[in-house]
Design a protein. Structure first.
Length: 145
């Protein structure tokens, strides 16, 4: 199982005490994917955030590779919150080890530790806000805004 200090490297766990993380740890899932497998497929249901422990993925939108992610990064944040189909396909480019938090687990964390849940949601909102700012900068610099 993943150690507390490994989880603290992810922004979602910022401001959450080691004791709170220990309480949450048993709720977390783990998934392994081989190179070429897709943990998330554009247009298909997804209700998990994935924390990349090892390996790399590419993010594909409408057939175009738009990003590469590696150890220490996450994907699936949007679908965890809005419960809509996946906005992009995520394909493992190497063997991939992940820890996951599903929407159901997030609800269990809410019931178990409201303070930890609140901090996780705040951290998630901050991460998504940063991504939105970056996209706004890209779009506006290309004159397509």
């Amino acid at each position: 199982m993943i150690e507390v200090d490994q989880l603290q490297k992810y922004s979602l766990f910022g401001g959450i005490s080691p004791e709170q993380i220990e309480t949450i740890k048993p709720l977390l899932g783990t998934e392994h994917f081989e190179a070429g497998e897709c943990p998330q497929v554009e247009g298909q249901p997804n209700d998990k955030i994935y924390f990349i422990l090892s390996g790399e993925v590419e993010i594909i939108k409408k057939g175009l590779v738009i990003a590469h992610l590696k150890e220490g990064q996450t994907f699936g944040e949007m679908e965890l919150l809005d419960i809509m189909p996946s906005i992009a396909t995520v394909r493992a480019t190497t063997a991939l080890e992940t820890v996951t938090i599903s929407n159901r687990v997030l609800y269990d964390i809410f019931k178990l530790d409201l303070k930890a849940f609140s901090m996780m949601i705040m951290n998630l909102a901050r991460d998504l806000s940063r991504r939105l700012r970056r996209m706004d900068d890209i779009v506006s610099s290309e004159g397509k805004y």
